[in-house]
Design a protein around this ligand. Structure first.
Ligand code: NAP
Ligand code: SF4
Length: 675
């Protein structure tokens, strides 16, 4: 307990008190639009019950033109108020404050009706926004004020006014999107008139005892963003206008600097909030890539902020805060910042969940019940599918034996953790090791299971994973032909001039592994900021380094090939694919698509192009790495089937095609819920 002195300290806001320093940051989950308000209320209630001090809802639009997409949730009618009451009533049972985030998307709205201070198209939207008239501006302010008043009537303790990430308010603040020459544009003072009016008018409407948190873009990470002195000036004005708390916004959505992906170092931007500490007298919240209790404590200890905001970690583990209170912080399920089941889903218009916790946003469906019959279950294979099955089955009360042929558990996760920028996987494997031991799952490492070993179990689960797919052509000389396993396990020497055949997730991982050498900038914040062109001194507008990104050259020359005639990496994560592509481009990795592999010899690779197999080309390489996907590893399953033993097949052993940890964990958990 004493170890977490700072994060558990209450914070007096004058008219109310936050019981600790944890804020669950705003996340749009899609539940806001699913029509099942009880499901949304259950999602928030579970987090409130587990002692988070303050929750901020997903972004709620103040009007139709401000909605992120047509039909997105808004707070404009008495029906909206009634729906939101279902949420606030459930949260308030637990002395947790809940704020409704008012989000006006401006030109980020995916709609032809989007509006902006000036008609400047965003690079991430196909629509040119309409320039707001003076009357239009007054209407937007009034709509935001009305939304705040409605939120108060719905029982919220406050609102968060979204002024960062490049949304409407941010669009007013910077000259990049505000080209106006009237009293709402031109000078900085004119450009911040909009946020100041909003906060003043909201405060006037809601009275003194209502939390107004303003999310202020402290580093825009775009050219023509705010300068540091402008950020400070705005913060002071926002305090004067009546805000209770200022939250940190990092980077516009169109910024070419990753801000929350897994390769971003932990707590990478807390120094930005720290710069503002002491400039205003209201509390400051810091955020971005804080996913662990020790780091949260350290951030406060270092005087970076008064409060910690985390969003995705509350998907991974709703009980993040209560586990700190009970001294079991090591049992917090770690968010690995992969975005695979949260943001990637949001941007594909799918409901949010979580790779490491499929119960997130499915709380009503995933209720851990005691089984009618306590069973003895054997699980073969300790990759993500086998582990998640074992943990859930054991949590329900079954007796579980987990068999693993290698000396450590984790399966493919052990490959992922070796990739520079994917260190979070290391923490995930350690977490699983602890959980398996803590729960008393019988763990049998270094054990090749034989069919005879499985006779005495009530259920047998086969989660033996995958094996690398062989390339369809024979190599004339195999000396230089290796598989990704050989590379990542260090089993084979890799030359200086390398070809990678296959550009799926693993092809990209292997390329990153080869061009990074032995160091990972994710573990070195200064180097990482340099690599992505962020200037800690903030001497330039937007916090971008005057000399741009500085990448150290790769010692290896790498060329990636794929047969599909499309941009390499097109099918990687929606919100992270661009980061992988950009990272490799800067290391001069060459990418070739639409090829056929014709011949592999001691000298290198011969390819042709297109269906007609024309334009033969030969390249010299000293190593050729095959990353051509996987096939199910089912030998033990086949043996069992042959002698008529019933068993369950899950994960890569069931279907290897495009199987990733997300579906493996989901399958394992769901099967364990059903037995
Ligand atoms: P994958 O995504 O299925 O990619 C395999 C690649 O090999 C494809 O790009 C395919 O492209 C090529 N290929 C397929 N069959 C081939 C054949 N017979 N001969 C030659 N090339 C062939 O598999 P993976 O890269 O092994 O990844 C496995 C799983 O892990 C995937 O679900 C992936 O999403 C996941 N993963 C994700 C990440 C991430 O960053 N999110 C990282 C690692 C792994 P062409 O046929 O066009 O050449
Ligand atoms: Fe974190 Fe990945 Fe879960 Fe999103 S899907 S909450 S990033 S672990």
């Amino acid at each position: 307990m004493t170890h977490f002195k700072r994060v558990l300290e209450p914070l007096d806001l004058g008219f109310t008190t936050l019981k600790n320093r944890f804020v669950m940051g705003s996340m749009h989950t899609g539940l806001e639009e699913c029509g099942d308000w009880d499901r949304l209320a259950t999602f928030y209630e579970q987090r409130a019950r587990a002692k988070v001090a303050m929750i901020v809802t997903g972004g709620i639009a103040p009007n139709m033109e401000g909605a992120v997409f047509p039909g997105a949730a808004s707070m404009v009618s008495s029906l909206d108020i009634d729906h939101h009451k279902l949420v606030t009533e459930r949260v308030k049972k637990y002395d947790t404050k809940i704020l409704m985030q008012i989000l006006h998307a401006g030109r980020y709205a995916y709609s032809k009706d989007s509006v902006c201070p000036s008609a400047v198209k965003s690079p991430i939207s196909p629509f040119v926004p309409k320039e707001l008239s003076k009357e239009g501006i007054r209407k937007q302010i009034q709509d935001i004020v009305n939304a705040a008043k409605n939120a108060q009537n719905a029982g919220y303790d406050g609102v968060e006014i979204m002024g960062s990430e490049g949304y409407l308010i941010n669009q007013f603040i910077v000259s990049h999107t505000n080209k106006r020459e009237d009293c709402w544009g031109g000078s900085f003072r004119n450009r911040i008139r909009f946020p100041i009016e909003v906060v003043k008018k909201v405060r006037h409407e809601v009275g003194p005892n209502f939390i107004i948190m303003f999310r202020l873009s402290m580093i825009d990470l775009i050219p023509d963003g705010s300068s540091w002195s402008e950020v400070v000036m705005l913060a002071k004005e926002i305090e004067l206008a009546g805000a209770t708390i200022i939250n940190t916004g990092i980077g516009w959505h169109e910024a070419r600097v990753p801000t929350i992906a897994t390769l971003v170092p932990r707590a990478a931007f807390t120094w930005v909030t720290k710069k503002l500490m002491g400039e205003v007298s209201i509390p400051l919240v810091t955020s971005n890539r804080i996913n662990n209790a020790d780091i949260a404590e350290k951030v406060l200890e270092n005087g970076c902020a008064d409060l910690i905001s985390m969003a995705r970690p509350f998907l991974a583990d709703p009980e993040f805060v209560s586990k700190i209170y009970t001294g079991t912080s090591k049992a917090i399920v770690p968010c690995i910042a992969c975005n695979q089941a949260c943001l990637d889903h949001t941007f594909s218009m799918k409901l949010t969940s979580c790779l490491v916790n499929p119960a997130a946003c499915n709380e009503k469906q995933f209720v851990l019940s005691r089984p009618k019959l306590k069973k003895r279950i054997a699980v073969v294979g300790s990759g993500p599918a086998g582990i998640s099955f074992s943990i859930t089955a054991r949590n329900r009360g079954h007796i579980v034996d987990l068999f693993e042929i290698s000396q450590c558990l984790g399966g493919q996760l052990n490959l992922a953790k070796k990739i520079p920028g994917k260190e979070e996987f290391l923490g995930l494997v350690e977490f699983y090791e602890n959980e398996i031991r803590r729960l008393g799952v019988g763990l049998h490492l270094d054990t090749q299971v034989k069919v005879g070993d499985l006779h005495n179990y009530d259920e047998v689960v086969i989660a033996t994973g995958v094996k690398p797919r062989k390339l369809g052509i024979e190599a004339e000389s195999k000396i230089n032909l290796v598989s990704y396993l050989d590379v990542l396990t260090g089993a084979k020497e890799i030359g200086e001039n390398v070809a990678i055949l296959g550009a799926g997730g693993i092809g990209f991982d292997v390329a990153q592994f080869l061009v990074s050498g032995t160091k990972s900038n994710t573990l070195n914040l200064d180097e990482w900021l340099k690599e992505w062109g962020v200037d800690e001194a903030m001497s330039n507008r937007g916090g971008l380094a005057p000399d741009g990104p500085i990448f150290s050259p790769s010692e290896k020359s790498v060329t990636m090939f794929q047969r599909k005639n499309e941009r390499l990496g097109k099918r990687l994560g929606k919100t992270t694919g661009w980061i992988h592509r950009e990272g490799l481009r800067k290391k001069n990795v060459k990418m070739v698509s639409g090829v056929n592999y014709e011949k592999i010899s001691a000298e290198g690779l011969t390819i042709s192009y297109g269906q007609k197999r024309e334009n033969f080309q030969s390249f010299e390489f000293d190593t050729i790495i095959v990353c051509a996907g996987q096939e199910p590893e089912t030998s033990i399953y086949e043996d069992l089937k042959r002698i008529g033993v019933e068993c369950h097949l899950i994960g890569g052993a069931l279907a290897a095609k495009e199987l990733d940890a997300k579906s493996a964990i989901d399958q394992g958990t769901r099967l364990a819920m059903s037995l």
